[in-house]
Structures are given as structure tokens and as C-alpha cells.
Ligand binder design. Structure first.
Ligand code: BTN
Length: 254
């Protein structure tokens, strides 16, 4: 707590030894009027969840499993960019604490040497009056070794320790993530996505590369040209058409 350099984020911190998912706990707290900036952190999740109803592997005592409640006064169509803003904040924190150079894969995976070290999941509580709460879930693999991961993700997942060779101080990382997340979400709310979009693109492994986008109903291949002000991926197919991709799994094709 003494490490925190924020005004709001994490000033109300709930720490759980073990829980099914910090997302579920945060949804509950948000419904009970938890203030903007409330954070739920746990050592272990027994039912961590990922995007697209997938499971998220959350080994005990080795990662950062955290959900942040934000209550921004913005219209619901401005919510998706918070995931991208969070990705920039986490990349900056990883750089600051470890010196590693992570990349972002659209929309929200953070990679080291092409393997995933962080996933971000943003969920919304809204009603007729607009956004009630954003629940931003961050799962960061910190001190795992290869054998700590489930066999089915061992070839696609990595941790900060595996990449840097050193144990990483999780408290320092949490403090740094919350610091940058507060700065960047305030910047986004005050000034829009412009500056953050540039930062996001500078960390992106996707932009300027040929990719395959697997969506629910179709798969498209083409050049990832950029993201829009709304965070939508712009993909140009060989026939010259520009497609806006809202949700997909992206693979690099070279
Ligand atoms: C993804 O890449 O699919 C997103 C993974 C998000 C995982 C985090 S861990 C903390 C929070 N609680 C959850 O159950 N999920 C998110």
C-alpha cells in the first residue's frame, strides 16, 4: 500500500487469498456501489476467465490476477478503448519494472518474444443512464516457470521470469500498473484516444504486418493497417478492400 502512487486507483483494495475469479468479485462489489478505482487482487483463481468464454490459467502465488473497477463518465461506445488504454499501461509498467520490451497484439494480448504474458478482459455494467462500471481484468504471468503452466498453453505462454531470468516483485508491478492506468485513463477521458492510439500503435506487433483474423463467421487475411479512433482494427484484403474488425483472434502470417 505504501508503494502506491495513485490518487484513486487501488486506494480501495480488496485482497483475497483465493477466489473463483476477481472479475466475479469485482462485479459484485460494483453492484454494491464500490467507488471508482476499487481493486480486487488475489493470489489464486480457481475459475479464472478469459475472452470469448475461455478459461484463464492462474497459478497460485506466481501471477497478478486483478480486476479494477472504473466509473468513467463517458458514453458506452467509448468503453472498448479502455482495453487498449490498459494494454499500454501494462506494457509501460512491465518496461519500467523489468526493462523487458513487450509488444501488444490486437486487441489486448501482451507478448514477449511472441508468447503471451498478459491478457486483459474488460466487462461492462450499464443501464439506461449509461455506463455504471467498467470491470477491467488483468492477468499477468510473473514468476511462473514453464512447468507451472498447463501443458496445453506451455508453448504459447510465457512469464516475466522466464524472459528476464529473474524473480519479479509483484507488489512493485501492481503499483506501477495502477499508476499508469490512472494516468492514461484520465488522459483518455480528458483528451480522447489520439495520443494513446499513437502509443498503442508504437507497441503493436500487429500493425504493418500481414495477419489472419479469425472471426465467429469468417476468416480474413490481409494487411493490418492501423486502428481507428474507436479501437477497430483496419485490415486490407488483397482485393484492396478495407475491413473494420471489431472482434477476432489474430495470427501473424509471416
Ligand atoms: C484473455 O486474454 O483472454 C483475458 C484474460 C484475463 C484474465 C484476468 S485474471 C484477473 C481477471 N479475473 C478473471 O477471471 N479474468 C481476468
Amino acid at each position: 500500500q505504501a508503494l502506491l502512487k495513485t490518487g484513486r486507483l487501488g486506494q480501495n483494495m480488496h485482497f483475497l487469498e483465493s477466489c473463483p475469479s476477481t472479475q466475479i468479485a469485482a462485479h459484485q462489489l460494483a453492484q454494491e456501489d464500490a467507488p471508482d478505482g476499487t481493486v480486487v487482487l488475489t493470489e489464486e483463481q480457481t475459475a479464472g476467465r478469459g475472452r470469448m468464454a475461455r478459461r484463464w490459467h492462474s497459478a497460485a502465488n506466481k501471477g497478478i490476477w486483478m480486476s479494477v473497477i472504473l466509473r468513467p463518465d463517458v458514453p458506452p461506445q467509448k468503453a472498448p478503448q479502455f482495453t487498449l488504454v490498459t494494454a499500454v499501461a501494462v506494457v509501460r509498467a512491465i518496461e519500467q519494472v523489468t526493462g523487458l520490451k513487450p509488444e501488444i497484439k490486437w486487441p489486448n494480448d501482451i507478448l514477449l518474444n511472441g508468447k503471451k504474458c498478459t491478457g486483459i478482459l474488460t466487462e461492462l455494467q450499464s443501464d439506461a443512464d449509461g455506463i455504471q462500471a467498467l470491470i477491467i481484468g488483468i492477468g499477468l504471468n510473473v514468476n511462473q516457470l514453464r512447468e507451472d503452466f498447463d501443458p496445453e498453453v506451455q508453448d504459447i505462454a510465457t512469464s516475466l521470469k522466464m524472459e528476464s531470468g529473474d524473480d519479479v516483485d509483484r507488489k512493485q508491478l501492481v503499483s506501477s500498473i495502477l499508476y499508469f492506468l490512472e494516468q492514461y485513463s484520465d488522459l483518455y477521458i480528458a483528451e480522447g484516444f489520439g495520443m494513446l492510439k499513437l502509443m498503442w500503435e508504437s507497441y503493436s506487433s500487429t500493425i504493418g504486418r500481414p495477419v489472419r483474423a479469425r472471426m465467429a463467421k469468417e476468416t480474413l487475411e490481409g494487411m493490418a493497417e492501423g486502428i481507428t479512433e474507436d479501437g477497430v482494427l483496419q485490415l486490407r484484403t488483397p482485393d484492396g478492400k478495407l475491413h473494420g474488425i471489431y472482434s477476432a483472434d489474430i495470427e501473424m502470417t509471416n
